[in-house]
Design a protein around this ligand. Structure first.
Ligand code: GLA
Length: 385
């Protein structure tokens, strides 16, 4: 298969009979640690993947957007009327129309455009293919129109597209990762202030590798469960009289838990508060160059997601257990949960044996065989040409 950027240009020429004015690429992400903390105003530490979505694009007359997607094989076309009424453009097109909507709503003079979209980010694997699509389209439109929207303000806008146009109540992590990550670094994001620090994450230098296992577990009720977790967290914060769970520290946790009568809310709160602390501890170790010591924090995060936040599934737990038994230094589910991918931090020469161990454990359980790849932190959204 040819390169994702070449395919976007070829598709653009074929669909629109001319070369594009440029190409904009935005990556998928994995989250190293800090799960379900973003919408609690907390901390996250994602890094960008070398898998990207590309938008080849050019301006067109008027307020019209014509978009070809390689994956669906269709070309859709919509104007300002459809955009201004959330729900009129559905399916994958909603992510594109949502970005146009959010820009217009924020008062930007969005240029009409033709776009050809290709992607290497697998769909439904929890690697943020939707944020990659939003970020590729957003950066293309911002550049084509010369809009005054610096990178640090773009994630919030892409998140609005997803929350209000697509209708998914997600936090700000995925869009921030796709837009703001740097090559060779993890992105330490304070989701309240939106301040970032780029933390060097030199796996190779530490003699390590990051294995990403796609569990292929079907996303069972993922949307409803995500929204339910968000509600529980908000209820917990309200009961504790704080603006968000970010405002409870681990030192205050026992006192806070004693004030909650509902055992389920207690578990949800405990996950978020301890997970924020694990992000801070991971950042401290990485800043000190102690990369291999983060393993136990990753595994503790998984246990917390499994037992307290209750967002893992058998395929995911099997992958984590098999990776750890085969010598991984740490392993955890990454992303929203109920399927998706597992990260395993391994010695550089252990990626294949650990992946084989996971595959063998899947066969034993009768699960569909997993896929895997090893990754290094890649750059965030960029203009390619
Ligand atoms: C999904 C959402 C993010 C975040 C994660 C869980 O990826 O899009 O905003 O909440 O789940 O950490």
């Amino acid at each position: 298969m040819t390169d994702v950027a070449d395919r976007a240009t070829t598709g653009f020429r074929r669909e629109f009979g001319a070369p594009p004015a440029g190409q904009w690429a935005a990556p998928g992400r994995v989250n190293l640690i800090g799960e379900h903390t973003d919408y609690n105003d907390g901390f996250v530490l994602p890094f960008a993947l070398p898998l990207r979505t590309v938008a080849a694009a050019d301006r067109q007359e008027g307020a019209r957007w014509t978009v070809w997607s390689e994956l669906s094989g269709e070309t859709i076309d919509f104007g300002a009327d459809e955009v201004d009424e959330p729900g009129r453009v559905a399916g994958w097109g909603a992510y594109v129309a949502g970005v146009v909507w959010a820009l217009r709503e924020a008062g930007h003079d969005v240029p009409g455009a033709r776009l050809a979209i290709t992607s290497d980010v697998p769909l439904g694997a929890g690697l943020s293919s939707s944020a990659a699509l939003e970020a590729a389209v957003l950066t293309a439109l911002v550049d084509l129109g010369g809009l005054d929207l610096p990178a640090e303000r773009q994630p919030r806008l892409a998140q609005r597209a997803e929350n209000h146009y697509v209708g998914a109540p997600t936090g700000i992590m995925d869009q921030s990762a796709s837009i703001r990550c740097r090559d060779g670094h993890a992105l330490f994001l304070d989701c309240r202030s939106e301040g970032v620090e780029h933390i060097p994450f030199d796996l190779r230098g530490a003699g390590l590798a990051m294995l990403v296992v796609d569990s292929h577990a079907p996303h069972r009720h993922a949307d409803g469960e995500y929204a339910a977790r968000r509600k529980s967290c908000e209820a917990g914060a309200e009961r504790l009289g704080v603006p968000a769970l970010r405002d409870v520290t681990v030192d205050q946790l026992d006192t806070a838990l004693a004030r909650l009568d509902d055992p389920e809310t207690r578990r949800r709160v405990r996950h978020v508060v301890t997970e924020d602390q694990r992000v801070l501890d991971t950042v401290a170790l990485l800043r000190a160059g102690r990369v291999r010591e983060i393993g136990p924090l990753l595994t503790a995060s998984h246990v917390s997601m499994r037992d307290d936040f209750e967002i893992t599934v058998p395929e995911i737990d099997t992958a984590v257990e098999a990776a750890l038994a085969a010598g991984a230094l740490g392993a955890r589910m990454t992303g929203g949960g109920f399927g998706g991918c597992v990260l395993a931090l391994v010695e550089a020469d252990a990626a294949d044996p650990v992946a084989d161990a996971v595959t063998a454990a899947y066969a034993e359980q009768g699960f569909r065989a997993p896929d895997h790849l090893t990754v290094l932190p890649a750059p965030g959204a960029v203009r390619l040409t």
